[in-house]
Design a binder for this molecule. Structure first.
Ligand code: SF4
Ligand code: F3S
Length: 109
């Protein structure tokens, strides 16, 4: 299992989550961060760090955000060269998108 970054991260990218990850498994795309499901050790440290509650345990992802399980796996692969381990300036205080829009923006073919 893994932790999953969901819709609230899209267009927000607060990035506080990355500092606590003991295995450095966050990767940065243009609109959101992705957790590599093969590297995540399920420690749960990142979940409370996110101020917009974008992070879920894989078995607790809300039904309307299930697409993000695949989005995280694909994003972590696509943005392999963009490992992020230090917090930086957020894009915004919160995501400007609906969940549907967030999925559309981040869906990787
Ligand atoms: Fe990293 Fe732990 Fe979060 Fe997985 S659950 S992404 S290992 S901080
Ligand atoms: Fe995104 Fe929350 Fe991390 S908004 S970058 S999952 S702290």
């Amino acid at each position: 299992m893994s932790y999953i970054v969901g819709a609230a991260c899209v267009g927000c990218k607060d990035t506080k989550c990355v500092e606590v990850c003991p295995v450095d498994c966050f990767f940065e795309g243009p609109d959101m961060l992705y957790i590599d499901p093969d590297e995540c050790i399920d420690c749960a440290l990142c979940e409370p760090e996110c101020p917009v509650e974008a992070i879920f345990s894989e078995d607790e992802v809300p039904s309307n955000q299930i697409a993000f399980i695949e989005i995280n796996a694909k994003g972590a692969e696509l943005y392999r060269d963009a490992n992020i381990v230090e917090t930086k300036e957020p894009m915004a205080h919160e995501s400007p998108y609906s969940i549907e829009e967030a999925i559309e923006i981040t869906l990787i073919d």
